[in-house]
Design a protein around this ligand. Structure first.
Ligand SMILES: [Zn+2]
Ligand SMILES: [Zn+2]
Ligand SMILES: [Zn+2]
Length: 154
């Protein structure tokens, strides 16, 4: 069984063409992706509703989780841990790039343990860090270097 087939199987989803194709887009991406992004990739093969339904069933089964970008767009990323159905455990830091607006899951960043007041029940929290992603940071740094070497010559 290939990685896609076994992922679907693990989450109790039957293998269908849209599921396979959409999951493939997720596996090829290191960042969270939006409905629009998938539509751009697969729009000629599947309509909006099919993509919407597929994303919904993936989210319900614990295969992907939703992240809201600071500009309010819903993006989805593969769950890193095995999330039980209807109970996501993706309590990790999300990083959003101020320049290209990409959102990444930072699953290796340690998060503080949260203590809620007694009588409150903790369910989940979201932690969004804003900054520049590696790509944009490298680009800006190269630009600053160029500028300062030009200034030095003048
Ligand atoms: Zn999850
Ligand atoms: Zn960026
Ligand atoms: Zn995430």
């Amino acid at each position: 069984m290939g990685p896609i087939a076994s992922l679907l199987d693990d989450h109790g989803l039957k293998k269908t063409l849209p599921r396979t194709e959409i999951l493939n887009v997720f596996l090829k991406n290191t960042k969270a992706i939006s409905h629009n992004h998938i539509e751009k990739k697969l729009g000629k093969d599947f309509d909006r509703v099919t993509i919407y339904r597929t994303l919904n069933s993936f989210e319900e089964k614990g295969l992907i989780h939703k992240v809201m970008t600071p500009s309010g767009e819903a993006c989805y990323a593969l769950c890193s841990t095995h999330c039980p159905e209807h109970n996501h455990q993706d309590n990790h830091v999300h990083f959003s790039c101020a320049n290209c607006e990409s959102v990444y899951c930072l699953t290796d960043v340690a998060i503080p343990t949260l203590k809620v007041p007694s009588g409150f029940q903790f369910k989940s929290f979201s932690l969004m860090v804003e900054g520049l992603c590696r790509n944009c940071f490298t680009k800006t740094r190269a630009m600053i270097k160029k500028k300062s070497s030009r200034n030095a010559k003048e």
